[in-house]
Design a protein around this ligand. Structure first.
Ligand code: ADP
Length: 214
């Protein structure tokens, strides 16, 4: 069950990936999380990625490929994965096709006001990368992650300017992938403007079906 989650920032890819990962026991692999982890650990990869990420731009393809390849090679990814944040342009999609056989691509489609509302209120756990929202999914204790007790913070690329660049980058570089995967017959579109539970009701049966075929 090798699934790619596609969608603009704020579409909810990370949230659904975590839910599905728990339910189907396949890892959630997020290139954004891998890169943020590298920054936290002050590695060379982190140092290379940080200026791009802070601005809301894409990290160069060859830079992001290295940690991704390593992660896909780990034993828990052998039975499948939910890939979130990769590919982000056509070149990355071609690279991925040469590395793995992808079963399905789910495209989460959201409208701009919903994106702004979700990202503006988003809070992320520094330690386990869980995502919360000040209104839609608040933490129980202010500033503290419900899952692991880590510090919950607002990402640097969630300021209005960085967000604007991220959305532009998405439109220009990533959104052509919808057509790319549609032409290959791999795409499923989901309206992700709805609340989490409702979107979950739409995607869960699809994943469940794929899980049976596996
Ligand atoms: P979101 O999906 O909310 O935009 P992510 O956590 O997926 O956030 O990504 C955050 C940042 O990490 C991106 O803006 C980009 O700078 C970098 N990044 C993540 N994945 C990739 C990728 N596949 N290619 C290039 N840059 C990436």
């Amino acid at each position: 069950m090798r699934i790619v989650l596609l969608g603009a920032p704020g579409a909810g890819k990370g949230t659904y990936a975590r839910l599905l990962s728990e339910k189907y026991k396949i890892p959630h692999i997020s290139t954004g999380d891998l890169l943020r982890q590298a920054i936290k650990e002050h590695t060379a990869l982190g140092a290379k990625s940080k200026p791009f990420m802070d601005q809301g731009r894409l990290v160069p393809d060859e830079v992001v490929l290295r940690p991704l390849k390593k992660r896909l090679g780990e034993p828990d990814a052998r039975n499948g994965f939910l890939l979130d944040g990769y590919p982000r342009n056509i070149h990355q999609a071609d690279t991925l096709a040469a590395l793995e056989k992808i079963d399905k691509v789910i495209s989460f489609e959201v409208s701009l006001p919903v994106i702004m509302e979700r990202i503006g209120g988003r809070r992320t756990c520094e330690k386990c990368a869980s995502i919360f929202h000040v209104k839609n999914m608040p933490v129980k204790v202010e500033g503290v992650c419900d899952k692991c007790g880590g510090r919950v913070y607002q990402r640097k690329d969630e300021t209005p300017l960085a967000l604007e660049i991220r959305l532009e980058t998405y439109k220009k570089e990533t959104s052509p992938l919808v057509e790319y995967y549609a032409q290959k017959g791999m795409l499923m579109r989901v309206n992700a403007d709805y609340p989490i539970e409702k979107v979950n009701l739409i995607i869960d049966p699809i994943i469940s079906e794929l899980n049976k075929i596996r």
